[in-house]
Design a protein around this ligand. Structure first.
Ligand code: GLN
Length: 485
């Protein structure tokens, strides 16, 4: 097997035994990126020189016996994570020359463990989207079918895994942006509980929803990455001071007696037949492994998308107010005074979808409408959270589809924002509830596109969903399938 096809745990074994060096592994990825990325466009920036330097340092550490599981492992980050000295664009023209003066905490944690950064990954602009088409750097393509979207907003993070351009990546998930692209690209993606991972140095979209999480080739790697980035950070007041379990130790093939909830609102008529078939087969697999299924109800599901698009846009309109052409980012060249400079810089710098979100959010927060929209949405959010807590009184995990369809074609939904928004119907409620969810490869469509299944856990129940996902993975072969590139 080529070095770029290995998981973290496989490559780690080879590095530890000194069968290969981190420089060799890093070179293998840089060559792979050079050969496939012109077709996939998963990367906005490739950090070849920095990567080789970091790999040399990792090799020194390995020689000195200071190896962690991540030492010398080539990884890549969604371009929403600040990386000191390395351009960070959030896939927006407004930040296209922005060089951050400091690092995101999650990246600091990976770096301290010796991970090697090979580059920064494409995404929807400011993480607003489900297809990676709103990037100012052109769409990322799905490695399984280059005519299809990879999902979004962490589309580059998922495509880079599927195209074997990085061993593991980080994404962010505000309404599904880790799980949905993971499902569409056939990799594992986990959105941790709100507060589990620091967001310090992650460009904010909707602050009450955003979470950082891993995207990997298998569940064991997902546990490794989560363990590395999770934990309290004094620099992020929303991160929670709670011990980080040994996620790797919680993995096992046993699910006997596990109670899995099936929310009736998620198994609706109109679900794509390939998605339905995949879920049915997954349920059979779990039954064979000894899990028990219970029908549950999450009665406020119907309101989730509307609630999300009020809260997320309101928070986005406030977070994005900082891009004014003064402190950093793009500034319009010609302007008649300060206000005109603000307006022109923003008009030139933001893309259409970002502008739409800012306008929707500003409207929802405006004084005459605040009670009717934003406040109401906050109340419905509490009801949605209660739906989940109530369900978890009787079940251990909840199994659902990740997305209503497999990856769609590039261009298919760009002119229909509502259709695009509906593609997150099964992932958004998890963010509103603030809890955790994972997507694992579970099947393949008739057209050869991967389909994931979602397992939702209790708040801080990452161990349970990782364990359930691991048992499924061990019993199936889906994670071994490879996109032909
Ligand atoms: N597609 C959703 C949105 O556009 C979710 C994006 C995300 O999770 N960042 O807001």
């Amino acid at each position: 097997m080529e070095l770029y096809e290995l998981t973290i745990h496989e490559l780690h074994e080879k590095l530890k035994k000194r069968e290969v060096s981190s420089v060799e592994a890093t070179r293998a990825f840089l060559d792979r990126i050079e050969s496939v990325d012109p077709r996939v466009n998963a990367f906005i920036t490739v950090t070849a020189d920095e990567a080789l330097k970091a790999a040399e340092e990792a090799d020194r550490r390995i020689a000195a016996g200071e190896t962690t599981i991540l030492t010398g492992i080539p990884v890549a980050l969604k371009d929403i994570f600040l990386t000191q000295g390395v351009r960070t664009t959030c896939a927006s023209r407004i930040l296209d020359t922005f060089i951050p003066p400091y690092d995101a905490t999650s990246w600091v944690k990976l770096k301290e463990r010796g991970a090697v950064l090979v580059g920064k990954l494409n995404q929807d602009e400011f993480a607003m989207g489900s297809s990676c088409e709103s990037s100012a750097f052109g769409p990322t393509r799905n490695p399984w079918n280059l005519e299809c979207i990879p999902g979004g907003s962490s589309g580059g993070s998922a495509a880079a895994i599927a195209a074997r351009e990085a061993t593991a990546t980080l994404g962010t998930d505000t309404g599904g942006s880790i799980r949905q692209p993971a499902s569409h690209c056939g990799c594992v993606g986990l959105k941790p509980t709100y507060g589990r991972v620091s967001r310090y140095g992650v460009i904010a979209y909707a602050s009450s929803l955003d979470q950082v999480g891993p995207m990997t080739r298998d569940v064991a790697d997902c546990a490794i990455m989560l363990g590395a980035v999770a934990g309290y950070d004094p620099l992020d007041s929303t991160s929670i001071d709670r011990p980080v379990p040994d996620y790797t130790a919680s993995l096992g093939p046993e699910v006997t007696g596990l109670k899995i909830g099936l929310p009736k609102e998620y198994f609706i008529a109109g679900l794509d037949p390939d998605v339905k078939k995949t879920l049915d087969a997954a349920i059979d697999t779990y039954k064979r492994l000894g899990a028990e299924f219970v029908e549950i109800s999450l009665p406020h599901t119907d309101y989730a998308v509307a609630t999300y698009y009020l809260i997320a846009t309101a928070e986005a309109s406030s977070n994005l107010a900082r891009y004014d052409g003064v402190r950093f980012g793009h500034r319009a060249k010609e302007a008649a005074g300060l206000i005109d400079m603000f307006a022109r810089s923003r008009a030139e710098g933001f893309g259409a979808e970002v502008k739409r979100r800012i306008m929707l959010g500003t409207y929802a927060l405006s004084s005459g409408y605040y009670d009717a929209y934003y406040l109401k949405a906050q109340r419905v959010r509490t009801l949605i959270m209660h739906d989940f807590l109530q369900a978890f009184a009787t079940v251990d995990v909840i199994l659902t589809p990740v997305a209503p369809t497999p990856a769609f074609r590039i261009g298919e939904k760009v002119n229909d924002p509502l259709q695009m928004y509906l593609s997150d119907i099964f992932t958004i409620p998890v963010n509103l509830a603030g809890t955790c969810g994972i997507s694992v490869p579970a099947g393949m469509s008739g057209d050869g596109l991967p389909i994931g299944l979602q397992l939702v856990g209790r708040p801080f129940g990452e161990e349970a969903i990782l364990r359930a996902a691991y048992a499924f993975e061990q019993a199936t072969e889906w994670h071994k399938q490879k996109a032909q590139l």
